[in-house]
Ligand binder design. Structure first.
Ligand code: ADP
Length: 397
């Protein structure tokens, strides 16, 4: 059981970073006491942590070998934020786990059987799932006896109708787990709950949420439930990303493998690491750098990104039978005003009309007053969503 005043730790391990949060259980829900991240694990490690008033609690850099892997990163995070933990009872630890498979539609308390089940899903998310599970094991060793919860990026999408969940393959492939799982679910769940808390009628309506960050996807949400998403079997599908290609004709892959003799390791590297904004521009995955660059390839990469996101908004609006609000979130969605403007160009036919001044100011609502579709900018908070799940799950347990 969690008591008021108890602490909840949340870890969100990515391929080269760990985001974390420390929350206090209160009668009104979890309150953030500390958040931060360790970036550049193994390359240019940088730990930054803030307290609830956004004061810097830790800001430290290492050389790559000094924080060479996720285990070293966790140790450095616990050391760097130790003062904030001192004297607190850690009642539970929550983890973002990328894959919950076809069945796990809600957070689960981790035990040996659950861990084995999640390990069996590693082949479905080889670049993320092992880091998530390593984080669970490291925290179990460091905080023995403290309940650990796994919260899945795929869970929110388990409400998809069969048509959105399947590929056009014989049914046995679906039965074998070759499905359109969808990802970024904790972000979509957080955003749709927040919209519903602000405006119940809008929360019951039709939303297209654009989570645009290093990883990017879009989600159609109806009545607070996911109806469809641009991502599928893996986090490669959908719109182009920082370094991932997004949707690509599978015939291209067959051609590269067979006609050009590319090996699977080289193909994996191309699709996950050397494609997307970085691959197209030959410069960077960071929108700020691309916007500042005079290289035509940088401008073209941004232009293609805007084109593909716009196309996805139209497709998801069609699955919803219309759209009441478009919500931008994550690093690009929250900050890249010019790109938001370009994405929305030509969407007037759907009722999407941006107010340039509000858009430039990253206002909470960036559509013109009275437009048929509200266009909103909201900060996502996956760690907070996990903390909310922990309170709800352990209160029930
Ligand atoms: P992750 O998917 O790793 O959580 P984020 O959601 O933090 O990533 O998004 C990171 C990306 O957001 C950066 O690579 C950059 O492209 C973009 N970004 C962040 N701040 C800005 C800004 N002020 N202007 C334009 N783009 C930004």
């Amino acid at each position: 059981m969690i008591r008021t005043g108890d602490a909840i730790l949340v870890l969100n391990a990515g391929s080269s970073s760990i985001k974390f949060g420390l929350f206090e259980a209160t009668a009104a829900g979890p309150e953030t006491r500390l958040d931060g991240q360790m970036e550049g694990i193994g390359a240019t490690p940088h730990l930054i942590a803030h307290d609830a008033a956004r004061r810097v609690l830790a800001d430290r850099r290492w050389s790559g070998p000094d924080v060479a892997d996720h285990a070293a990163a966790l140790a450095a995070i616990l050391e760097g934020t130790g003062q904030a933990l001192a004297g607190r009872r850690i009642a539970a630890i929550g983890h973002r786990v990328v894959h919950g498979g076809p069945d796990l539609a809600a957070p689960v308390l981790v035990d040996a059987a659950v861990l084995a089940r999640l390990r069996a899903l590693v082949p479905l998310a080889p670049l993320h799932q092992p880091h998530n599970l390593a984080g669970i094991e490291a925290m179990a060793a460091r905080f023995p006896g403290v309940p650990q919860l796994a919260c899945f990026d795929t869970a929110f999408h388990r409400s998809h109708p069969w048509e959105a969940d399947t590929y056009a393959l014989p049914p046995e492939f679906h039965a074998r787990g070759i499905r359109r799982y969808g990802f970024h679910g904790l972000s979509y769940e957080y955003i749709s709950r927040r919209i519903a808390a602000e405006d119940a009628a809008l929360g019951a309506g039709r939303l297209v949420v654009a989570h645009l960050g290093n990883g990017s996807s879009l989600c159609a949400v109806r009545g607070g439930r996911s109806l469809d998403s641009s991502m599928g079997f893996t986090a490669l599908d959908g719109v182009p990303m920082g370094t991932r290609c997004g949707q690509i004709d599978p015939g291209v892959l067959l051609h590269l493998l067979e006609a050009e003799g590319m090996g699977t390791a080289a193909l994996t590297r191309l699709l996950y690491n050397d494609a997307g904004l970085k691959g197209m521009s030959g410069l960077s995955q960071d929108v700020r750098e691309l916007e500042a660059s005079a290289r035509p390839e940088a401008a073209r990469a941004l232009s293609h990104f805007a084109w593909r996101v716009r196309r996805e908004i139209g497709a998801l609006a069609a699955t919803l039978g219309g759209i009441d609000a478009l919500v931008f979130t994550a690093g690009i969605g929250e900050n890249a005003a010019a790109l938001r403007g370009r994405i929305c160009e030509g969407l007037d036919f759907l009722g999407i009309r941006l107010d340039p001044g509000r858009n430039a100011a990253d206002a909470a609502e960036i559509s013109v007053a009275g437009a048929p579709v509200r266009v909103l900018v909201r900060r996502t908070d996956e760690e907070r969503m996990i903390a909310e799940h922990i309170l709800a799950t352990l209160a029930r347990a």
